[in-house]
Design a protein around this ligand. Structure first.
Ligand SMILES: *Cc1c(COP(=O)(O)O)cnc(C)c1O
Length: 369
């Protein structure tokens, strides 16, 4: 927490705005939209809800196809299932770990020749790193298919001077407890299309028609953010840049201390992009180091240090075992390789230098003795 949360929460109590909606919600939307440089933002109950709303605004329904990054958290794709649509998974490429333009082009070629283009493409920016947006946008424009940018992990990151999340027809952020800033739980849907976001707010409040009695002509959801949580969000936004600085400093320290160990490679930061470095991620070459991901995780765990493998690709999840997948090229599945070799290190912005040095010493002890 930043310290000024109680100011906003007390304000909500003093004015008796203990409700979904209220002045903090309106202000949080405006402040976030202005921070990332977009026309409009709608505060909702989670990042997942924001993706679900974006899919509905793009009319994704039963029988439709949606392309989606494979190397991501399941929340990127679950809302596709909520709509009864079919996700098709796209591999990563090595320079950003995000959606491969080569694999995307392959998927589009097949879809076009089957006369079954996707209704949308969900592009994820993993661990704070922007995907190759120029290349991906060019392909999607070519086929005239809209983009939902899943920037749940990349708030305050930049791609060629523009905020991550603002490149798609819709973008989403998450304020879940583990994200770079948090409202305990929450999310934001953003777009330059003000009308579409007005419609999103309508769907997110049970799709209540403008009538004095309760009248409903379409399906709605209870997806809005509460005025209390939006107050927390406003105060978190004040420290967002500080948090990014802290995460990047943590990355820099890991890099400086560990980059020279043969067999370790850190997640790259693509030229002309700025990553919030939400999590410090790296790969470990088992042949060179003699350490698998699991063995390194166990070594850390034995010293009470919690680290994690990178996301298990969605095309490998039992939930999606019947869904199609396009790899980066015919003999290289980048997301599978990253899953086998990738590890995320403790990266919390409140981690002390002392704690971080303990992690670093443990890795050094394991790998170089
Ligand atoms: C956290 C996350 C989400 C979901 O956000 P919630 O607010 O937890 O619903 C979606 N996509 C990615 C990539 C995430 O990391």
């Amino acid at each position: 927490m930043s310290g000024s949360e109680m100011k906003y929460i007390n304000e909500a109590f003093a004015t008796n705005w203990i409700a979904p909606l209220g002045p903090n919600v309106d202000a949080f939307e405006k402040e976030l939209a202005s921070f990332v440089g977009i026309n409009a933002a709608a505060a909702v109950s989670s990042g997942t809800a924001a993706i679900h709303l974006a899919l509905q605004l793009l009319d994704v329904k039963k029988g439709d196809i949606v392309f989606c990054s494979s190397l991501t958290f399941v929340a990127s794709a679950n809302p596709i299932l909520y709509q009864g649509a079919e996700p098709v998974f796209i591999d990563s490429e090595p320079e950003t770990w995000n959606m491969s333009p080569l694999a995307l082009e392959e998927a589009f070629k097949d879809a076009a020749s089957a006369n079954r283009l996707p209704k949308a493409v969900v592009i994820v920016n993993l661990y704070g790193q922007s995907a190759k947006m120029d290349e991906l946008i060019t392909i999607c424009k070519n086929y005239n298919v809209p983009i939902i940018e899943d920037a749940a992990e990349s708030l305050a990151s930049m791609y060629k001077g523009k905020a991550s999340g603002t490149f798609g027809d819709f973008g989403i952020y998450s304020f879940n407890g583990n994200k770079i800033i948090t409202t305990s739980g929450g999310g934001m849907l953003i777009s330059n299309n003000i009308e579409a976001l007005q419609k999103a707010r309508f769907i997110a409040t049970q799709a209540r028609d403008p009538a004095p009695h309760y009248q409903h002509s379409e399906i709605g959801y209870n997806y809005r953010m509460s005025n209390i949580l939006a107050g927390i969000g406003r105060s978190q936004l004040e420290v967002l840049e500080e948090r990014v600085k802290a995460r990047r400093a943590i990355f820099d320290m890991y890099f400086q201390e560990l980059y020279s160990i043969p067999g370790l490679s850190f997640m790259p930061e693509l030229k002309n992009t700025f990553s919030n470095r939400w999590l410090t991620a790296l790969t470990i070459d088992e042949e060179i180091t003699g350490f698998s991901v699991n063995k390194l995780l166990a070594a850390l765990d034995s010293e009470n240090i919690e680290a994690r493998p990178v996301w298990k690709p969605l095309h490998l999840q039992p939930l999606f075992d019947k869904n199609k997948y396009y790899s980066h090229n015919h003999n290289m599945s980048v997301s599978e390789e990253l899953f086998q070799t990738g590890i995320c290190l403790p990266s919390g912005s409140n981690m002390t230098l002392e704690d971080q040095m303990r992690v670093i010493e443990c890795i050094k002890k394991a790998l170089i003795g």
